[in-house]
Design a binder for this molecule. Structure first.
Ligand SMILES: [Mg+2]
Length: 306
């Protein structure tokens, strides 16, 4: 993946997170009444942070990007260590399953055992959130040229906290779509083909989300907004693929409300792969917390060996 595109993916993810953060959990109606359209970095709102501040989506993606670049490849123990260090340092907006797993790993338990056990004990409805999907894009850059490896590491990166097959396959699907978009290939069709070729039993829900996201006649305002991983995969891809610009993709995702920062982050990563960092509005880049570091990490990800 070229550097301009890789920077688009990582910085795009962070822009979606930061634009959506003040209205996280709001309905589309409440956003419209309060702000009209959110198309600038706002302060306060949910989490009460300054304009351009990011949350768990970007912070966990940064952990993965640092691990992949500093270890020059996939090292799950190192990635888990970085998640735990982040967890101990006042994590912003941490999700339920991530909290339940990392609190056990921080107390000394092996991550694999903790993650699997938390998943097995979680009832349907609380077992397949979007917490691994929102952060997985750095893997899609590092292994963009090697689809089987991209699939394996995307799924492994999910299992650090999210063991459910819908989560692991959604991460693989998203990163395949990001790599395809960056290469100028059709994102959804390419992702579906590789998912069928390189995984066993991809869940029908994940394949269905891919088809629904690619429906060109769909009004993006009808895309789902929940924190369920299948919904976020469909919505993130749907907003990013329907838009004619990076800006349109992220504004469309965020103003739909619901899990606005995370749908914004997923849409931003895919739109960043389509349009590149040069198409991200300058005012957003200026306001974004830590954009230089994210840019540098993105360039480092393009040079990861294995
Ligand atoms: Mg968040």
């Amino acid at each position: 993946m070229d550097e301009q595109t890789a920077r688009g993916v990582v910085v795009g993810l962070a822009c979606g997170d930061a634009l959506g953060r003040p209205v996280e959990g709001w309905s589309a109606d409440r956003i419209r009444r309060r702000h009209g359209t959110v198309d600038a970095m706002l302060g306060d709102g949910a989490h009460g942070l300054p304009a351009g501040a990011v949350t768990d989506d970007t912070e966990m993606a940064r952990c993965l990007a640092r691990s992949l670049t500093e270890r020059d490849g996939w090292d799950p123990d190192d990635a888990a260590d970085r998640f735990v260090a982040w967890f101990r340092d006042d994590p912003t907006g941490i999700g339920g399953m991530t909290y339940r797993v990392l609190s056990r790993v921080a107390a000394g338990e092996d991550w694999e055992r903790a993650a699997r056990d938390v998943w097995e004990r979680s009832p349907e409805g609380r077992n397949a959130g979007n917490g691994s999907l929102m952060r997985c894009a750095p893997v899609g850059i590092a292994f963009a040229d090697d689809p089987p490896r991209l699939v394996d590491v995307s799924m492994a990166s999910s299992r650090l906290t999210h063991w459910d097959p819908r989560c692991t396959h959604a991460c693989a699907a998203l990163n395949l779509a990001i790599a395809a978009a960056a290469a100028g290939d059709p994102p959804v069709e390419t992702a579906r083909d590789h998912l069928l070729e390189h995984t066993t039993d991809p869940p029908d829900t994940v394949l269905g989300a891919l088809s629904d996201a690619a429906d060109a006649d769909r009004d993006p305002g009808t895309l789902p907004v929940s924190g369920y991983v299948v919904d976020t995969l469909e919505a993130g891809l749907g907003h990013a693929l329907a838009a004619d610009s990076f800006r349109e993709a992220v504004v469309s995702a965020v103003n739909n409300g619901g899990d606005a920062d995370t749908v914004g982050a997923v849409a931003g990563a895919v739109a960043g792969a389509r349009f590149g960092v040069d198409e991200i509005p300058a005012a957003w880049l200026d306001a974004l917390e830590g954009s230089e570091t994210l840019s540098r990490l993105a360039v480092g990800l393009t040079a990861v060996d294995g």
